[in-house]
Design a protein around this ligand. Structure first.
Ligand SMILES: Nc1ncnc2c1ncn2[C@@H]1O[C@H](COP(=O)(O)OP(=O)(O)OP(=O)(O)O)[C@@H](O)[C@H]1O
Ligand SMILES: [Mg+2]
Length: 162
């Protein structure tokens, strides 16, 4: 059974702020896992805010520069020297065949101290690890509704994200 929390993100700024809070969470959690990445599945329709959330997370970790979805490649790599880690931002929207993930050596990305953010993870079904966090963002008439579920965080910890 996963712990879960659902709440509203009123505007883009709220989405960015959530990314920043998640960054802190993940940094703490990274210290508890042995030589593996933490993986975050980002689900939701086109334009839901998955990349916006990723941008908030990367900027709060100290990455200075543009954060946009990788288009011609499936993954964008970011060095985060402040925290001695890498962030890999996948966008699998254009993935035609999950086998492409095998060819790019997908396992290696999850085998080091890193945070893996994955947009459209369903496209890679069967080749991606179970996520440590699953974040689903839904359009609302105004703003977005976000649901975060996880086994590695307690209900109390997830509630602190609201
Ligand atoms: N909480 C929010 N309320 C209203 N608008 C928001 C909110 N969060 C983000 N947005 C806006 O919604 C859009 C989200 O675009 P973004 O590229 O982040 O979506 P995406 O989920 O990555 O889409 P795609 O699947 O196409 O990659 C942006 O224009 C952003 O300003
Ligand atoms: Mg995107």
């Amino acid at each position: 059974m996963h712990n879960q929390v659902t709440f509203t993100l009123a505007d883009e700024e709220a989405t960015i702020n959530l990314g920043a809070k998640l960054a802190n969470f993940l940094l703490t959690a990274l210290n508890k896992v042995e030589q593996r990445a933490l993986s975050v599945n980002l689900e939701g329709d086109l334009g839901a805010g998955k990349t916006t959330l990723s941008r908030g997370l990367l900027h709060s970790l100290g990455y200075v520069g543009t954060v946009k979805s990788p288009t011609y490649t499936l993954v964008e790599s970011y060095q985060v020297p402040d925290h001695n880690l890498e962030v890999f931002h996948f966008d699998l929207y254009r993935l035609l065949d999950p086998e492409e993930l095998e060819f790019m050596g997908i396992r290696d990305y999850f085998a080091k101290k890193a945070i893996c953010l994955i947009e459209w993870p369903d496209r890679g079904f069967g080749l991606l690890p179970e996520p440590d966090l699953k974040i689903t963002i839904c359009h609302q008439s105004e703003g977005r509704l976000v649901t975060i579920s996880s086994q590695i965080f307690t209900k109390e910890e997830l509630d602190a994200l609201v």
